[in-house]
Design a protein around this ligand. Structure first.
Ligand code: UN1
Length: 512
């Protein structure tokens, strides 16, 4: 292993010299073929350059895929429990490095330290879970129709897997893809989001330090058209997994289809939280704040719509807005801060543009709506927690994913009305219901058209050993997390062993 050349997590602040990170191909750190770089800057303070990364292109993708191809020939033959042991070891390394990884993540992504610790923890959880799967990988063993014949199905790796990951969970989401992929015997090329590549480096460094061999995981940094497109198009790449917007998902899905690649798309959401008259309002308010403004609203699972029954509508709004106004916004490295910045200038502009869109549609702004301009915010992309009320379910603010701290509150008559509103969007990722009535809870579990439903908890907070993903424009039917990830990263091979010593014709030799 070329571990001595691997970067160590940077320290807090901008007093250290800015590190230049290279691509990681075949266990070596190599410069981009284009000879260009880009900066990873702190969205809370853009004077802080977290790292300098390679701006890569097709030649770099080709080199990484070649390395993954060579590595696959050996890695596929390593027994799955042995592959899994390395993933288990990486979890233990990450535990030791949790704090430094979290601090670096807050610097590059902006979310508060409590949340970046959670992001690293999610990668650790995923590693422990997937390490266990290495000793299962169950397949069916079934009786044959014919005598003296044995029938079973085994899981086999697919080959080289391409991964394109987002900036909002920069270690957890790469872990959801890389860890099941390598436990199943595949090799990988990952393109992390250009806003947050360092967290992926930390994850891969832990895996390399645990002993994952050269070429099994390769990182190529850069921008979508330069790196993501050639990766999705490459004829040797047999599976592509993307977490991103529905717009990019459509392009990647169409590209993958041309060469019959396996393709997993994890896309947008416009997640509803329903609050019925009988709900514990304290709990619902707490949940709505966490779901709406945690991660600055930048989760695919963020609670971006709150659908409130008329009996508690006024009280809910009054108390929710009072709390939202008090949320402390700032640099996530300050442990007292509750909400960090938007990831970049463009995302902030999008968030603010939805304030204008919603106002023009007639939604009522009752909290926030502005960029924060005090001097302490001047170098970051900060915005006030924003709440619109009296939102009509058909307005754009109730239909489109903003990916920022903007919550739309919609009144409803009863559960049936609420479910109609909840389902009346193009997405179907997460959903939530607050009620004390078990009958209504189970009706909603059945009727909410979403991949995830929470009862008496907000729309965020999925755990790695359950399926994660959604219906409709949220994806293409695959699930990450849980056994769904093992399903995605393996191909079935059915095996028939005939020990009768004669030709037996299936469906024909029935002994009749
Ligand atoms: C995302 O929303 O992009 O369920 C991922 C959650 C986290 C993962 C979110 N565990 O909120």
């Amino acid at each position: 292993m070329a571990t001595e050349t691997l970067p160590t997590p940077a320290t807090i602040g901008n007093t250290h010299p800015t590190k230049v990170y290279k691509n990681f191909i075949d266990g070596e750190w190599v410069e981009s073929s284009m000879g260009e770089t880009f900066e990873d800057r702190n969205p809370a303070d853009t004077r802080d350059v977290v790292g300098i990364f390679q701006k890569s292109g097709k030649a770099d993708v080709d080199a990484a895929v070649d390395a993954a191809k060579r590595a696959f020939a050996r890695w596929r033959l390593v027994p799955a429990p042995r592959r899994a042991e390395l993933v288990f070891k990486a979890a233990e390394i990450l535990i030791e490095r949790k704090e430094e990884c979290a601090r670096d993540m807050t610097r590059e992504m902006g979310k508060v330290l409590a949340e970046t610790r959670g992001d690293v923890q999610e990668a650790i959880d995923c590693a422990y879970y997937m390490a266990g799967e290495g000793r299962r990988m169950f397949g069916p063993t079934v009786p044959s129709e014919l005598p003296n014949k044995f029938a079973m199905a085994v899981r086999q790796p697919i080959g080289i897997c391409g991964m394109i990951t987002p900036w909002n969970f920069p270690m957890a989401i790469p872990s959801w893809k890389l860890l099941p992929a390598i436990v199943c015997g595949n090799t990988c090329v990952i393109k992390p989001a250009q806003d947050t590549p360092l967290s992926t480096f930390h994850l891969v460094r832990a895996l390399a330090d645990a002993g994952v061999p050269h070429g099994v995981i390769n990182i190529v940094t850069g921008f979508g058209p330069d790196v993501g497109t050639p990766l999705a198009e490459h004829s040797d790449v047999r599976a592509i997994s993307l977490t991103g917007s529905s717009a990019v998902g459509r392009i990647v899905g169409q590209t993958a289809a041309k060469s019959f690649k396996h393709c997993s798309l994890e896309l947008g959401g416009k997640n509803p939280m329903i609050v019925l008259d009988d709900a514990n309002l304290d709990l619902a308010i707490e949940g709505g704040l966490w779901g709406g403004f945690g991660t600055t609203g930048q989760r695919c699972t963020a609670t971006s719509r709150i659908i409130v029954q008329k009996g508690v509508y006024s009280e809910f709004i009054e108390r929710y807005v009072e709390r939202a106004k008090k949320l402390k916004v700032g640099n996530g490295l300050d442990e007292t801060v509750e909400m960090g910045p938007a990831i970049n200038e463009r995302q902030l502009a999008t968030d603010l543009s939805y304030v204008d869109i919603a106002k023009n549609e007639g939604a009522k702004l009752v909290c926030g709506g502005n960029r924060l301009t005090e001097s302490k915010y001047q170098y970051g992309f900060f915005m006030e927690p924003t709440v619109f009320i009296d939102v009509d379910p058909q307005m754009r603010i109730a239909q489109e994913e903003v990916f920022g701290p903007v919550v739309a509150i919609i009144p409803c008559d009863d559960l049936e009305d609420a479910i109609g509103i909840a389902n009346g969007i193009e997405y179907g990722l997460s959903s939530a219901l607050y009620t004390k009535d078990v009958n209504r809870a189970f009706s909603a579990i059945r009727d909410l058209d979403a991949g995830i439903t929470y009862i008496n908890a907000p729309t965020i907070g999925a755990e790695v050993h359950l399926p994660f993903g959604g219906t409709k424009a949220t994806g293409n039917g695959h699930r990450e997390g849980g056994i769904g990830a093992i399903d995605f990263y393996t191909e079935w091979k059915s095996v028939y062993v005939d020990y009768s010593d004669k030709l037996q014709k299936a469906q024909i030799d029935r002994g009749e």
